[in-house]
Design a protein around this ligand. Structure first.
Ligand code: GBH
Length: 505
């Protein structure tokens, strides 16, 4: 409901199409004021990167002794994946990694975030090691080394070994030790070259989408209490992996360990303090019997406790566990990784509580329906997360799905992606300017790739992949991002760049 005397523009604030988008312009305008170093709030050593994940790009699912993952199995389930697509070949990164590293070198990225396929290196999840699987990552790491690109290694990005799933998977209390064994192996083999580590990518997804909603592998719809138990063991596994990395890394001092969330951002509907308060409360609230919150997945591992609102709401579905589990789950980490794609908007409601605002009709969206375009999420997300957890942050993923195609001129023109990244990066610059310690930004993704249950329908790459012949075509956004990196973000406020305050869909 609209308050009297407040203009539409002012009231809708970041919640409506026009203003959500205009908020980038506001951020830019702010940093322009009296500042000669326009748009240059990115620190000198800011880590510009790109990200991928093993199952989404590697292919070669039955090569060189790789074991099965739950995604191999899930992809065969009728109706599970768009058009019956699978990750069997994906981008064939397993064979084409040299070409892909060369692309990254041309792009000028400082860092490549990739993940290891657990069943490729441990076909049964634990026990016998597959040397040929390790060799692939050795070749990749050596190639990155030659190109001067710093690896960020995600230990687990969803391709869980089928063999361990058959032993109960995350419901089995031993799953935390299995994960620690796997992580120790990676530290032993790769920590001479890898200093930046992520234990797990988006627990909300591999536990929630995979075990509660059943829309991701392994496709289970567990009872809520069992889902909470899987989540509990997943977080225990994360903590044991942190310990394994500290114990096995060749240079523990230089080793930085992080944990990556599918950050669920709440942004205020206006700059009014009461709306900012509403968003601040909403972003860490746990309500509803679903996985889409932040605190359930972060409080235990950073603060050593489950959030009280969630504990009250979940009642007797709470898993039974030893109190020492919570102490064990809280292992010091060096950074939190936030994957930021979109936000929900909140204002203070009539009852004083945060009120979730409906998405305005016709609001700008990505090719994938779930992603609305909300640049200010890249300001408020890092800011709120830093306030609560007081950890350095890295934006470990951000990107836009577009149904790209090769144009008649042989190029892939993707102005929506450029505009998206431009707006979000200006908001990130604003957060950094306001003192939020963000160490890096990883574009999702280097390549178009297997978008889980959306198959190859959605394209997130800076590089187009023709899946028929594995040809790579850098998109316009590739050249654009190259310039952003080369200027350490200064090009974002270049007067010849897209004028952010003029572009309104
Ligand atoms: C990330 O997930 C993943 O880390 C990455 O692998 C993926 O390719 C990328 O983003 C792009 O999607 O409609 O209720 O099923 C992003 C978080 C959360 C986005 C679930 C899609 C679908 C919600 N994802 N969401 S639902």
């Amino acid at each position: 409901m609209r308050e009297p005397g407040v203009s539409r523009r002012k009231f809708l604030g970041v919640s409506a199409a026009s203003l959500a988008l205009a908020s980038s312009a506001r951020g830019a305008a702010k940093s322009d004021k009296g500042d000669k170093d326009k748009g240059n709030s990115f620190p000198k050593d800011f880590v510009w990167g790109v990200a991928t994940a093993s199952y989404q790009v590697e292919g070669a699912v039955s090569e060189d002794g790789r074991g099965a993952s739950v995604w191999d199995t899930f992809c065969k389930r009728k109706g599970a994946i768009f058009d019956g697509n699978t990750g069997d070949t994906a981008c064939d990164h397993y064979h084409l990694f040299k070409e892909d590293v060369a692309l990254m070198k041309t792009l000028g990225v400082k860092s490549y975030r990739f993940s290891v396929s657990w069943p490729r290196v441990l076909p049964n999840g634990v026990g016998a090691v597959n040397g040929k699987g390790l060799d692939f990552y050795n070749r990749l790491l050596d190639e990155l080394g030659k190109a001067g690109i710093t690896p960020m290694c995600t230990v687990f990005h969803w391709d869980y070994p089928e063999a361990l799933y058959k032993r109960g998977g995350w419901l089995n209390r031993d799953s935390a030790d299995w994960f620690a064994e796997y992580t120790a192996l990676l530290a032993d083999k790769f920590s001479d070259r890898v200093k930046l580590w992520v234990t797990q990518n988006e627990p909300q997804c591999f536990i929630g989408l995979g075990h509660l909603d059943g829309v991701h592998a392994p496709g289970d719809k567990l009872k809520f209490g069992d889902y909470l138990l899987a989540a509990h063991n997943g977080m225990r596994a994360h903590a044991k992996a942190v310990q394994a990395l500290r114990a096995h890394a060749k240079d523990p001092k230089a080793t930085k360990v992080g944990y990556v969330l599918a950050a669920q951002i709440a942004q205020p509907a206006s700059d009014k303090p009461e709306d900012v308060e509403a968003a601040r409360a909403a972003i860490f609230a746990v309500n509803g019997r679903h996985e889409w919150n932040n605190a359930w997945w972060t409080d235990p591992v950073v603060l050593g406790k489950y959030p009280e609102d969630g504990v009250a709401e979940y009642g007797k579905d709470m898993p039974k566990f030893k109190p020492s589990d919570l102490e064990d789950m809280k292992q010091p980490i060096d950074f939190l990784g936030l994957n930021i794609y979109k936000a929900d908007s909140y204002k203070r409601g009539a009852d004083g509580k945060p009120e979730h605002l409906k998405i305005p009709d016709g609001y700008p969206r990505a090719g994938s329906d779930w992603q609305i375009i909300t640049p200010a999420s890249m300001y408020w997300g890092p800011r709120f997360f830093h306030e609560r957890y007081k950890l350095p942050l890295s934006i470990t993923e951000n990107g836009l799905a577009v149904r790209d195609q090769i144009f008649l001129d042989g190029k892939v023109h993707d102005p929506p992606r450029i505009d998206f990244m431009h707006r979000y990066l200006l908001e990130l610059a604003r957060a950094i300017k306001d003192g939020v310690p963000v160490t890096g930004y990883y574009a999702w993704s280097l390549l178009d790739n297997f978008e889980w249950s959306d198959g190859y329908k959605q394209r997130f790459g800076l590089v187009y992949v023709d899946y028929q012949n594995q040809k790579r075509v850098p998109k316009d956004s590739f050249d654009w991002y190259k310039k952003v990196i080369a200027t350490n973000g200064k090009s974002l406020s270049d007067k010849n760049a897209v004028p952010v305050d003029k572009v309104t869909p």
